[in-house]
Design a protein around this ligand. Structure first.
Ligand code: PMV
Length: 330
C-alpha cells in the first residue's frame, strides 16, 4: 500500500482565473499551460490499515494549513477506494514553496498519482487529473507533460473539467527563466483573489467572453510552433488576467517594482529580436519563456534587474510519473 511519484509545476500561458463551483474547483474558463522539467515535487504515500490519522511531512516538517488540504485530497482517494486507512505522506520540493511557483500544482498532482497507486486504484491520467483538480485547480494540468489544455467543462459534477496534452515537450522544447523578486508568502491567495474578482471586478464578464478566442489562438500557435503568435497571446492573457484582478475591490496587486521592470526588460529583448515573452501569476515572480538559444541572454538580462534575487532556469518536462520511494529523501 505504498507508492511514490514525481510531478512538476506548470505555468499557464492562457490563464485560469475564476471558479464556477468553488467546492469542486470548477473553472469559469479553460486554460493552457506548459509543464516544467527541473523543478519538482516528489511524494511518498503509504496507507496503513488500522491507522486512523494521517501523518504529513513537507520538506521534513509538518505544516498545518497544507496538512488540511492534503488530508482532504487523501479523503477523495479513500472514498474512491472504499477504505478508511490513515496515510503517511512525505513530500519534498526542490524549489521554494509558496513563492509563486505553483508548488500546489506539482504537489497535488504527485499526491494523487502516488496515492491512487498505493490504494491499487487503476485510474487513467484523465481520471487523476479530475481528482487533482478538486485538490488544487491548476494541479489538473501537472499530470501531463509539455503543452496542456484544461477544459472548463459544462457538467455540474465536473467530470468533464479535465486536462489533456496538446503537444509533447520534445516537439517544441522551449526554455523558461524564472526571476524570483520576493520570497514572502503572497498576501491574497488565488482562491480568495478569484472570489473577490468575480464579486467585484467590472471586467469579469469580458474576461469570460473573450477566453475561447484566446484558447483557439494559443492552440493554433502551439500546433504551428509559431513563437511570435504564442508570445503575443501569452502576454495578452497574462496582462488581461491582472487587469481583471486589479479592477477588483480592493484591487489585487500581485506585482512589485522588480516584477514590472522584468516585464519591460523582456519586451525590450523581444524588440531587439530575441525570442522571449513573459508571464506572471498571482505573485511577483516573472517567468520568461524563450527559445533554447536565447536562455543565457534572457537569464543575464533578468539577473541585471534591480530587485531580482535569483533566476531559475528550466526546460519543459514530462507529466507525473512513478519513482522509487527512496528517491523522495535522496
Ligand atoms: O490553481 P490555483 O488555485 O493556485 O490558481 C492558479 C491561478 C494562476 O496561477 C494565476 C493562473 C493559472 O492558470 O495557473
Amino acid at each position: 500500500m505504498r507508492a511514490a511519484s514525481q510531478a512538476q509545476p506548470n505555468i499557464a500561458l492562457v490563464k485560469y482565473w475564476g471558479k464556477r463551483d468553488a467546492a469542486l474547483n470548477l473553472p469559469v474558463v479553460g486554460s493552457i499551460s506548459i509543464t516544467l522539467e527541473s523543478l519538482w515535487t516528489r511524494t511518498d504515500v503509504r496507507f496503513v490499515p488500522g491507522h486512523k490519522e494521517d501523518r504529513v511531512s513537507l520538506n521534513g516538517r509538518s505544516d498545518e494549513a497544507e496538512g488540511k488540504r492534503i488530508k482532504a485530497c487523501l479523503n477523495l482517494l479513500r472514498e474512491r477506494a472504499g477504505v478508511d486507512y490513515g496515510a503517511e505522506v512525505a513530500s519534498r520540493n526542490n524549489f521554494p514553496t509558496a513563492a509563486g511557483l505553483a508548488s500546489s500544482a506539482s504537489g497535488f498532482a504527485a499526491l494523487v498519482h502516488a496515492g491512487a497507486r498505493a490504494l491499487g486504484l487503476d485510474l487513467s491520467l484523465a481520471e487523476q487529473s479530475v481528482l487533482a483538480r478538486r485538490c488544487s485547480g491548476s494541479a489538473a494540468r501537472s499530470l501531463f507533460g509539455g503543452y496542456v489544455e484544461w477544459a472548463h467543462g459544462t457538467l455540474a459534477d465536473g467530470t468533464d473539467s479535465v486536462a489533456r496534452p496538446l503537444l509533447d515537450a520534445e516537439a517544441w522544447p522551449l526554455r523558461v527563466a524564472v526571476a524570483i523578486t520576493s520570497t514572502a508568502a503572497k498576501q491574497v491567495g488565488s482562491t480568495e483573489g478569484m472570489r473577490r474578482t468575480a464579486e467585484t471586478s467590472p471586467y469579469q464578464s469580458a474576461w469570460i467572453d473573450t477566453q475561447e478566442t484566446d484558447l483557439g489562438v494559443a492552440r493554433d500557435a502551439i500546433r504551428e510552433r509559431d513563437f511570435d503568435a504564442l508570445a503575443r497571446i501569452a502576454e495578452y492573457s497574462c496582462l488581461k488576467m491582472h487587469a481583471l484582478a486589479l479592477a477588483a475591490q480592493p484591487g489585487l496587486l500581485y506585482w512589485n517594482g522588480a516584477t514590472v521592470e522584468c516585464m519591460h526588460r523582456v519586451r525590450a529583448l523581444r524588440q531587439q529580436g530575441v525570442p522571449v515573452f513573459f508571464t506572471v501569476d498571482a505573485g511577483p515572480q516573472v517567468k520568461a519563456v524563450c527559445a533554447p538559444s536565447a536562455i543565457e541572454q534572457v537569464k543575464a538580462a533578468l539577473r541585471d534587474v534591480a530587485g531580482v534575487l535569483d533566476v531559475l532556469d528550466t526546460a519543459l518536462g514530462e507529466g507525473a510519473r512513478a519513482i522509487v520511494p527512496e528517491a523522495v529523501e535522496a
